[in-house]
Design a protein around this ligand. Structure first.
Ligand code: 16G
Ligand code: ZN
Length: 531
């Protein structure tokens, strides 16, 4: 077939370095940008097959998120804006690792296994972050798509969640919104403005927010969005990419892991600040006290704020919908206790990685999911959205119930349900703080984090560590869990676990305890037990 000849011809322009093996991990392929040209071309091919198979538009995002500027990566997006299925992750790895002369065989193998009709149309949306390597790498994706006769739409520079949103809008015939960047800003900002209009006596302090754009795509997009916000949010944008290097000493990952403010941001005591990561799918908040101490409000604090707000609104609206919070083993123990004991909401724990949390959150009427690192969103079931809408439109309910239902309706609109989204989460958090008349300090005081420490350990082969119970317990190597249990017993309010990283060749260690000294000591002792 002509298509396959074209694949052969073009693939020689995107050759695979012999012997190079890469894995489609938790967040797709991710490594030094120099090793990725053939991967991008092949992911263009695979996305085209996935589109033919699903008879829907598929997304391909070129980004390495919070990794250094020299890295890059690629991730496929399924029709409803979610991550691709495990079977297709395996195909991605197989296709990526086929030596040059075996590429057609590997491709035909997938076509045969999935019984793909090659005459079916294919549509692929492509987006990229601001890395200098992203332009040529996304061109390689487009080359892959066109080889197999797929039609592509290049969105150019977009955040990862924006591309997820476009894919979902396209495949729901606009029911979720317009598949344009302008449509995205309009939907989110209009909902935000409707929400904040509900607050009486909004002060200038409440309107003012300082953002660290991590010198990445998020900064660019915040600038683009500003004109849609009226004067409802006054943004001071730092690390906007004009001077600094992407993710270098800044961004959500840096702030969360280092537990300190980013460089390049002028923070006045008490001021509300937030940091995005390099592709704007994560956000953390923070402020400094008058004594200079740093206070971080991570994904757990965000999940608590959002779920408290939603639970209150559901009560006020008289709606009986089940709300749950999904976390991972990294969730601070205090957050889990607060949610379960004080808030009385269901809390689930899943393995690390967005797809696991997203999947678990789909089981509830309203599923709030956040990783401690700041990636998360809220999912509303179709039935929940319908009930909220009915209540908002019902002429016979009290004014109070109607008001709450209308707030819920606009809350649904401000949220990007396809994936965690720093911009959407930021608008939601700002709206909640405004509606509740809450300062960042009051939000922080909902519960106090247990001191904690994360370390990474280099080992010969991280795969010898196998875990169970949502990564909270190690089942191999033999004796490791017993050793951890013994160490944990030495400290108060302590907890610790180890897991192999899905994105780096290291083992990660997490420990928390009643004091920072104890958490640090426990993390250190556990990391020695890993060797
Ligand atoms: C990826 C995941 C993120 C997770 C992180 C853990 C997605 C889109 N991203 O970045 O959710 O927190 O990996 O990394 O799933 P680790 O396995 O190296 O600790
Ligand atoms: Zn990211």
């Amino acid at each position: 077939m002509a298509q396959f000849q074209e694949v052969s011809r073009q693939s020689s322009l995107h050759p695979k370095p012999a012997g190079l093996i890469l894995q489609y991990g938790t967040a797709g392929f991710r490594t030094n940008a120099k090793q990725l040209d053939h991967i991008m071309f092949r992911m263009g091919l695979l996305a085209t097959l996935r589109s033919k198979k699903t008879k829907a538009t598929i997304g391909v995002m070129v980004t390495a998120s919070h990794n250094p500027e020299e890295d890059n990566g690629v991730k496929l997006i399924d029709p409803m804006g979610e991550m691709v299925t495990p079977a297709w992750e395996d195909y991605a790895t197989q296709l990526a690792n086929a030596e040059q002369e075996d590429l057609l065989t590997a491709l035909k193998d997938i076509i045969q296994k999935e019984a793909i009709n090659m005459s079916q149309e294919a549509h692929v949306f492509v987006g990229k972050d601001t890395r200098s390597s992203s332009a040529s790498l996304s061109q390689a994706v487009l080359d892959g798509v066109s080889c197999l006769g797929g039609l592509s739409k290049d969105y150019g520079l977009v955040t990862t969640p924006q591309l997820h949103y476009m894919v979902c809008c396209q495949n729901t015939q606009g029911k979720y919104g317009d598949a344009t960047v302008e449509g995205y800003y309009k939907k989110l900002c209009q909902a935000f403005i409707r929400l904040t209009k509900n607050a009486s006596n909004r002060t200038d302090d409440q309107k003012y927010l300082c953002i660290d754009g991590a010198n990445g795509i998020g900064a660019l997009k915040v600038r683009e969005m500003e004109s849609y916000l009226g004067n409802e949010l006054q943004i001071s944008l730092f690390n906007d990419g004009n001077k600094g290097k992407l993710n270098h000493q800044c961004g959500a990952d840096f702030v969360k892991v280092q537990q300190k403010p980013p460089t390049g941001v002028e923070i006045n005591p008490g001021e509300r600040c937030c940091s995005f990561d390099g592709d704007a799918d994560r956000i953390v908040y923070y402020y400094t006290g008058s004594d200079g101490t740093f206070h971080l409000l991570d994904g757990d604090k965000i999940a608590t704020l959002i779920s408290t707000y939603l639970k209150e609104l559901l009560m006020q609206a008289g709606l009986d919908l089940k709300i749950a919070v999904v976390q991972t083993a990294y969730a601070n123990g205090s957050s889990t206790c607060y949610l379960e004991d004080t808030m009385k909401v269901t809390v689930c724990c899943t393995k690390t990685g967005v797809k696991h949390l997203h999947h678990a959150a789909q089981e509830f009427d309203i599923g709030v999911y956040f990783e401690a690192n700041g990636h998360g969103t809220v999912l509303f079931s179709k039935a929940a959205e319908e009930k909220i809408q009915q209540q908002a439109e019902d002429g016979n309910v009290s004014d109070e119930k109607k008001r709450a239902a209308l707030l819920l309706q606009n809350t649904v609109s401000v949220i990007n349900q396809t994936v965690g989204d720093a911009i959407s989460d930021m608008l939601l958090i700002e709206a909640i703080l405004t509606i509740k008349g809450m300062t960042v300090q009051q939000w922080d005081a909902i519960y106090s984090d247990l001191p904690n420490r994360q370390l990474k350990v280099k080992v010969a082969d991280r795969r010898v560590i196998d875990t169970t119970d949502a990564e909270r317990r190690a089942v191999s190597p033999a004796g490791l869990q017993e050793a951890i249990d013994g160490l944990v017993k030495k400290y108060r309010q302590a907890r610790s676990f180890v897991r192999p990283s899905g994105t780096e060749d290291v083992v990660r260690v997490y420990a928390e305890a009643d004091t920072q000294e104890s958490a640090d000591a426990l993390a250190h002792e556990v990391s020695l037990a890993v060797y």
